[in-house]
Design a protein around this ligand. Structure first.
Ligand code: ATR
Length: 269
């Protein structure tokens, strides 16, 4: 049987095995998908062991996405731009590194939330790994405007400069933002500590969608703040399912449906 898995540390909490098992059942693919705990200092050895065991590929999660980027023999353009890899495909002893997080976010917004991004004003909050991973897929949808705001402005400036050749990205501080946007994405880790990035409520334009890459049983503080100021809100559970679908397609050449898997995960949160 073809074998895949998700490598992380810790890994016990990962929902990926459940998601991929449902994709496999639905598409009739004969495959196994396991949780793989890699020692913090032995990511590359773990990958080599999987290859030796005949694995077809693996997802990579915290804290190994940067190491996976370094380890890959070939990178997709979106993995190069993201500077991180969440999907490995093993092909005749070589390692292809891809990043499906950004396209997962964009698919969730455009297909599941039904918001077309072409010509839209987008505000991306944060300039860490999570923000960087979604810039290229967002630019691919030809937004009217893409602003990256971060607490440490220099990091937003650095990120905007890195994407100069791919499209126009404007860096900003949180406090100087007052214009309205159609989509505001929270890619900071502030929700983890129940903080809201200090943006003015005027960033939520008429009919705006506020998207938090985090998810949980209850709406995040960012989602509550946005809803109080008239935005529709969405958490990152759909992004999780869509990035998994994209990885599954890369490995198996079949696109699984995501709606039922999403609903099942939501019901269990
Ligand atoms: P990740 O991989 O989740 O993006 P990261 O690379 O450590 O993690 O980046 C965390 C991001 O969240 C950064 O943009 C960080 O802002 P700084 O660059 O100024 O540190 C942002 N962040 C974390 N806590 C925050 C908070 N309480 N308020 C606003 N931004 C916060």
């Amino acid at each position: 049987m073809d074998r895949y898995g998700v490598i992380g540390n810790p890994i016990a909490h990962s929902k990926s095995p459940e998601i991929h098992a449902q994709f496999a059942a639905q598409t009739g693919q004969h495959m196994a998908y396991e949780r793989i705990l890699a020692p913090l200092d032995a990511f590359s050895q773990t990958v080599r062991d999987l290859m030796a065991q005949g694995f077809g590929g693996a997802n990579v999660t915290v804290p190994f996405k940067l190491e996976a980027h370094t380890l890959a023999s070939t990178l997709t353009e979106r993995a190069q731009a993201a500077g991180a890899v969440n999907t490995l495909k093993f092909e005749q002893g070589t390692i292809l590194g891809d990043n499906t997080d950004g396209v997962g976010l964009v698919t969730d917004i455009t297909e599941n939330a039904g918001l077309s991004l072409s010509g839209k004003r987008i505000l991306l909050l944060g300039a860490g790994g999570a923000a960087r991973g979604v810039i290229l897929p967002l630019l691919a949808k030809a937004p009217g405007q893409l602003v990256i705001a971060n607490r440490t402005v220099a990091k937003a400036e650095e990120l905007a400069a890195q994407f100069e050749s791919k499209g126009h990205v404007s860096p900003s501080a949180f406090t100087t933002l007052d214009q309205p946007f159609d989509l505001v994405i929270n890619a900071t880790s502030a929700s983890l500590s129940a903080d809201v990035p200090p943006v003015s409520p005027t960033v939520f334009g008429r009919g705006a969608l506020a998207y938090d890459m985090m998810y949980g049983k209850a709406p995040t503080v960012f989602m509550r703040f946005a809803a109080q100021h008239g935005a529709s809100v969405r958490d990152g559970l759909g992004m999780l399912v869509e990035q998994a679908a994209e990885s599954f397609q890369l490995w198996r050449g079949v696109r699984p449906g995501t709606a039922e898997v999403f609903a099942a995960l939501r019901a269990k949160l």
